[in-house]
Design a protein around this ligand. Structure first.
Ligand code: SF4
Ligand code: SF4
Length: 341
């Protein structure tokens, strides 16, 4: 299997191990410079970031601005409205130190309503199409955590790429979304290849993803040694043996049972808690160690862990039987202890 690929219809030639730009947020500029430079030197040429990853774009831009001919930058806008997207894009271009971003993605489309918003006149897609005309971006992609919704999006609009979580725990995308994307020559990008740090066997998990035909996996990297380790899997991209799959299945079983797959079957919560997002934030807080980032978001939510009334409505609807009231109570206690509040 090739270690390089064309990213679907974008025809961008990229290494199948890309660079996930979330974890560098917790590094100093000097540390981040070293990691990003090492990634470029080692041959990584696909760098994924987002307008909402605090200083990630800026940190990538400090190094990538000097290598524009050999790297592909993928960023994202969380805005749904066209005017806000235009502002985001100008900021992204400035932070990344570039005149053109190869791939701009609509970030985390989470509901049919959000999909309608970006597709409406004056919405995000109209602004991104204008940016295409102006040469500020080259391609438009979409990201999200719900494979069926992303599939609907791909059928409604000719996105060039789709980015979705994929790992041994979150395999929903393999059912219909990825086969459909491949049939339409839409580039496929796997985020969260080790489930936000929950999975320990990085190499086998990355191989599992790439052996399933995904164009590029983007593990987050914040240490120089992770770069060669992640790239080393490209030496052997054969499908996992039965024994190797068993290792991953055992890892999956051994994982904390409180692992939320973000399927959202539990929604809506009568109290208005964004249940799966709260699980995501606790993963960012405790697994990714992005404490300040997660804390700011927890504080900005209208309803959070402490507002769970324990009505238990979500438990019956969760296919994984997650005891959200207890989990949220425990999470809130741990966060409070950690913040000293
Ligand atoms: S138990 Fe808490 S999170 Fe679950 S539905 Fe009730 S209020 Fe919402
Ligand atoms: S709590 Fe359960 S039902 Fe709700 S999103 Fe997570 S895994 Fe899905």
């Amino acid at each position: 299997m090739d270690t390089q690929t064309k990213l679907g219809k974008t025809q961008l030639n990229i290494n199948r191990i890309g660079f996930g730009g979330i974890p560098i947020q917790r590094l100093s500029y000097e540390e981040s410079d070293r990691v990003v430079q090492k990634a470029v030197d080692a041959g990584i040429n696909f760098f994924d970031t987002s307008r909402i990853y605090s200083d990630s774009e800026e940190k990538l831009g400090r190094i990538l601005a000097g290598h524009r001919k050999k790297v592909v930058i993928a960023s994202k806008t969380f805005s749904r409205d066209g005017d806000a997207v235009k502002k985001d894009l100008e900021t992204s271009l400035k932070q990344l130190g570039t005149e053109c971003i190869e791939l701009m993605q609509c970030h985390n489309i989470g509901s049919p309503n959000e999909l309608d918003q970006i597709m409406a006149p004056g919405g995000a897609l109209e602004a991104l199409e204008q940016a295409l005309q102006e040469g500020k971006i080259q391609h438009i992609g979409i990201t999200g955590h719900k494979p069926p919704l992303l599939l609907e999006a791909l059928k409604k609009y000719p996105f060039s790429t789709v980015q979705v979580p994929l790992n041994i725990i979150e395999t929903g995308a393999l059912q219909e979304l990825i086969p459909y994307a491949r049939s339409q020559n839409i580039g496929t990008i796997a985020m969260k290849p080790v489930a936000g740090g929950a999975l320990q066997n990085v190499k086998l998990n990355l191989r599992f993803i790439l052996a399933n035909g995904i164009d590029v996996a983007i593990p987050g990297m914040d240490k120089e040694e992770q770069i060669n380790e992640n790239l080393s899997i490209l030496e052997n991209l054969s499908p996992l043996t039965k024994k190797e799959l068993e290792i991953l299945e055992n890892e999956k079983k051994a994982l904390d049972e409180n692992f939320c797959r973000r399927c959202e079957y539990c929604m809506p919560c009568p109290e208005g808690l964004p249940i799966s997002f709260l699980h995501t934030l606790s993963a960012y807080y405790f697994r990714y160690n992005l404490k300040d980032w997660a804390w700011n978001r927890i504080q900005s939510l209208p309803k959070s862990y402490q507002d769970c009334t324990g009505c238990n409505e979500c438990i019956g609807k969760c296919p994984y039987d997650l005891d959200n009231p207890s989990i949220f109570q425990d999470t809130w206690k741990r966060v409070q202890e950690d913040r000293g509040v």
